[in-house]
Design a protein around this ligand. Structure first.
Ligand code: SF4
Ligand code: SF4
Length: 437
């Protein structure tokens, strides 16, 4: 009874904090500009299935992809076991599904254990890769401090949780032999049975203590981890799904026009729709802060895994420029969190004297972008850092007239000569005159 009450309180506290964070994340994403994305649903579901569920883009690098798949499948499947943990915790039962599922329960438990070991080994590999082999993309400056610690906390937590499952199962198997009334038979468990000999010599009271401690450690760990995820880059395990669904479907080179500018041009040509002009008038050209970006840009920032594949492919970054597309996404998320948290406490929110452009992302960074889309191609969850960069650049160019002087002369040429070069349109075919001679 005491355990049941303790479990209900623990579960209630976790649900309270998870709900609070989900509401905050939702309202923070809603800071973004409205954008209706409901076209081509079949292509969107295909992206969801192949890229999010199937992890298609991860397989460009097969070894990390397979290990990541173990962690991902392990996370999904092992959490089925958590359902039994919760029912046992609420009703004071022990392995409630075992008598009902019979031999299938043994199959399930062995599958869970296989995945637990696979997750454990994969996490060890990833820890070594990050901290001992020091793969370059995990050691960029934007990964210093919390982001690196966050990644290590996640990997270590998963290792410890998997060890708890195996410990619980091993002590449980010995207890099944000694107190069969209380401990339903699970059948032989492949991996935890390797630990059984070291538990045989322990007395029953100690074994019960170990089994209960491992059970509590695992379930409290899972609940605490669930709260932690909402503060962490690990949020991608949930938000990666909607992000792939709402990802851009147009060809990568396609840039969204600003309707108000398009209509301005059409007006000059005498083909503008007057209603479209008034309804498309924006408050601001481009983006200075997170509320100037669309909601799906903000969802993407929360979905970023911080893997750095985008930065590793970015030609600006490779050639030593200050730009890192991963940092663009991390900065966007940090600014969203700052504004969202402030608003939740009735603080100044967006009016805190700061902005995404300037306080988080500099002009030097956005000006270094070649708009090549390599980052978009590299991203395993279909994030588009270029969209954010272009919006920030639009703000600088159109609201501040702050584009680099070399660009301004190019803009001037386009305006007067309809081409980036300083030649009159009437001279455009002069090169062909040479051919006649
Ligand atoms: S589009 Fe810009 S940020 Fe992305 S890879 Fe190319 S240069 Fe880098
Ligand atoms: S934007 Fe995509 S590729 Fe870049 S760090 Fe985030 S998840 Fe990785």
């Amino acid at each position: 009874m005491v355990q049941q009450i303790a479990f209900i309180i623990t579960l209630g506290v976790a649900v309270y904090f998870i709900r609070k964070r989900i509401l905050l994340i939702r309202s923070t994403i809603k800071l973004g500009k409205e954008k209706i994305i409901n076209d081509n649903k079949s292509a969107r579901f295909k992206n969801l299935l192949l890229v999010a569920f199937g992890q298609k883009k991860m397989f460009k690098r097969p070894i990390p992809a397979i290990l990541h798949l173990f962690i991902y499948v392990g996370f999904l499947v092992i959490n089925l076991e958590v359902l039994e943990f919760v029912i046992d915790g609420l009703f004071g039962t022990h392995r409630i599904f075992a008598p009902y599922l019979g031999g299938f329960y043994n199959v399930l438990m062995n599958l869970f254990e296989f995945l637990a070991v696979a997750v454990l080994l994969s996490c060890v590999f990833f820890l070594i890769r990050r901290n001992i082999l020091k793969v370059k993309r995990f050691w960029a400056t934007e990964m210093n401090g919390w982001p690196r610690l966050d990644a290590n906390i996640i990997l270590l937590t998963e290792i410890v949780l998997m060890i708890a499952i195996l410990t619980m199962n091993a002590s449980d198997q010995v207890l099944q032999e000694r107190l069969s009334d209380h401990y339903p038979a699970t059948g032989a468990l492949l991996f935890s049975s390797l630990l059984v000999p070291s538990f045989q010599s322990l007395d029953t009271a100690t074994l019960i203590f170990i089994e209960r401690a491992a059970w509590w450690f695992h379930i409290v760990g899972i609940l605490a981890f669930s709260v932690y995820i909402t503060y962490s880059k690990h949020l991608h395990i949930f938000l990666g799904f909607p992000n792939t669904y709402f990802a851009k479907l147009e060809p990568k080179g396609h840039m969204e026009n600003m309707p108000v500018v398009t209509n301005e041009v059409k007006m000059m040509l005498g083909i503008a729709d007057a209603n479209a002009v008034s309804s498309a008038t924006p408050g601001r050209f481009g983006a200075k802060d997170v509320n100037d970006l669309s909601w799906n840009n903000l969802l993407a920032a929360y979905s970023c895994t911080e893997c750095g594949r985008c930065t590793a492919e970015c030609p600006a970054n490779i050639t030593g420029k200050k730009l890192s597309p991963r940092k663009i996404m991390m900065d966007t998320r940090d600014r969203m969190e700052e504004v969202g948290t402030s608003l939740a406490k009735n603080g100044s929110g967006l009016n805190d004297g700061k902005s995404l452009l300037g306080d988080y992302i500099t002009k030097e960074e956005i000006n270094a972008c070649t708009s090549c889309n390599a980052c978009v191609e590299a991203c395993p969850v279909l994030i588009n850092p270029l969209e954010i960069i272009l919006e920030l650049r639009r703000y600088v160019a159109m609201e501040e007239s702050g584009a680099p002087s070399a660009w301004n002369s190019m803009f001037q040429n386009i305006e007067t000569n309809f081409a980036p070069w300083k030649f009159s349109p009437s001279d455009r075919f002069n090169w062909a005159n040479e051919l006649k001679k």
